[in-house]
Design a protein around this ligand. Structure first.
Ligand code: FAD
Length: 405
């Protein structure tokens, strides 16, 4: 088979190697990863693992032996430094040059940094890698104070886990509500209330102008209005940026991410891109978008593996995502593009409800809290573009089965 080189040994890159072997690909695979450990899952880093409910080994996508046993040449602690598309080579930071027939870019994303004074103080943390998670965990515990900058999913999950470990938590969010970028107001209010009831404090509509420390260690977050929040550590959770530099420098078409099609092909037929780094088509919404989720990484890893072994392209999936906070299991399907109304099924006060984003009688997205049937049926209805009756959907006494019928 062709010589496959995968750059980035994260969820997408690791899974692509796995699917290739699963589908019977027998050619050489080199998997190059900057991190020191075998490909692993990131979601538990803010959830079960952070709370101490999952051990490090359980994070690995595959056991460490799998790579050698399956002829995958895994290079850890190794950075792909440049790409020569004409010669079909990748140069590594070790000085070595790898030849490829097929290149897969799976470089993921990195935590966005805040370019403000004090950002390099000890105790100013981010949460992207297992190493970051170790640092964060070491900063948590009874009577330790954690400031979380950014009320997105990662920040809120870390806040919930920090509370479980006994830390005092203050979430500082620039927008007037948490999850402002990704969720509707009903959901933002629900999560704020739930976290408050668990003892989390919030500064909403509050920017951060800097961090102050003593002896190199953070002691305070300075808000835009000059007020100060005392803390022992600050987690900066203000989003992620795609690692597009290699692709850009090599002249591949990029937008917010490397532009790919539904086979995960880039503008160069010998180069694929998968995972958080891609700007991909969403045929259901007639749009291109960059997703940051495990299901997306897996879907594109399948697309590339199918293409390489000559299998038909898998049918596009409805995008989905999940978040766990305290005893809340939140599941999201679809993206609320073009929605013209919101319908809440169930009562948020009961912590069991779903928010449907509708475009006419079509479901564009569903955000379900402790409501698996609403999530499951919603995801199916999004995928098959079937109009629903709003009256039925709004009535929790009518089963989702009947709504979907
Ligand atoms: P990554 O997993 O980031 O892997 C990219 C890898 O490439 C990294 O190891 C990086 O070091 C390496 N790399 C980059 N450049 C180079 C280079 N030049 N040379 C060599 N190696 C390179 N998603 C969900 O669906 N549900 C969740 O609940 C959820 N929770 C999350 C919680 C946290 C704390 C985080 C950080 C993410 C969470 N996600 C969640 C998102 C999910 O983890 C990502 O979507 C997924 O990891 C994307 O996979 P990827 O392979 O594209 O990128």
């Amino acid at each position: 088979g062709p010589r496959v080189v995968i750059i980035g040994a994260g969820h997408a890159g690791g899974s692509a190697a796995g699917f290739l072997r699963q589908y019977g690909f027998e050619g050489p695979i080199v998997l190059v990863g900057e991190e020191p450990i075998v490909p692993y899952q990131r979601p538990p880093l803010s959830k079960a693992w952070l709370k101490g409910e999952a051990d490090a080994d359980s994070l690995s996508l595959k056991p460490a032996e799998w790579y050698a046993e399956n002829g995958v040449d895994l290079r850890l602690n190794t950075v792909a430094a440049s790409l020569n598309r004409g010669a079909r080579t990748v140069t590594l930071n070790t000085g070595e040059t790898l030849q490829y027939d097929v290149l897969v870019l799976a470089t993921g994303a990195r935590a966005r940094k805040l370019p403000i004074p004090g950002a390099d103080l000890k105790g100013v943390l981010e949460l992207r890698t297992a190493a970051d998670a170790e640092d964060l965990k070491a900063a948590l515990g009874p009577d330790r104070r954690l400031a979380v900058i950014g009320g997105g999913y990662v920040g809120l999950e870390a806040a919930a886990s920090a509370r479980a470990l006994g830390s005092h938590v203050m979430v500082i969010e620039r927008e007037p509500r948490v999850l402002a970028r990704v969720a509707c107001e009903v959901l933002s209010n629900f999560f704020q209330d739930y976290h408050r009831a668990k003892g989390v404090k919030f500064e909403l509509g509050a920017g951060v102008q800097g961090f102050e420390g003593e002896d190199g260690q953070i002691r305070r977050v300075v808000l835009s209005d000059g007020r100060k929040v005392d803390c022992d550590a600050a987690l900066v959770g203000v989003g992620a940026m795609p690692n597009v530099e290699l692709a850009k420098e090599a002249g591949l078409a990029c937008a917010d991410g490397v532009i790919v099609d539904l086979q995960a092909r880039t503008s160069d037929p010998a180069v694929f891109a998968i995972g958080d780094v891609t700007h991909r088509p969403l045929p259901l919404y007639d749009r291109n978008f960059r997703l940051e989720s495990v299901p997306n990484a897996l879907e594109q890893a399948k697309q590339v593996a199918c293409d390489i072994v000559g299998r038909p392209a898998p049918a596009p999936e409805v995008p989905w995502f999940w978040s766990d906070q305290y005893d809340l299991k939140m599941q999201i399907a679809g993206i609320p593009f073009d929605a013209d109304s919101i319908l809440v099924r169930g009562d948020p006060a009961s912590a069991k409800f779903a928010v449907f984003h509708l475009k006419g009688d079509l479901i564009q997205a569903v955000e379900a809290v402790n409501a698996p049937p609403e999530y499951m049926a919603g995801r199916q209805l999004i995928g098959n573009r079937k109009p629903i009756s709003r009256e039925k959907l709004a009535n929790p006494a009518i089963s989702m089965k009947e709504v979907a019928a």
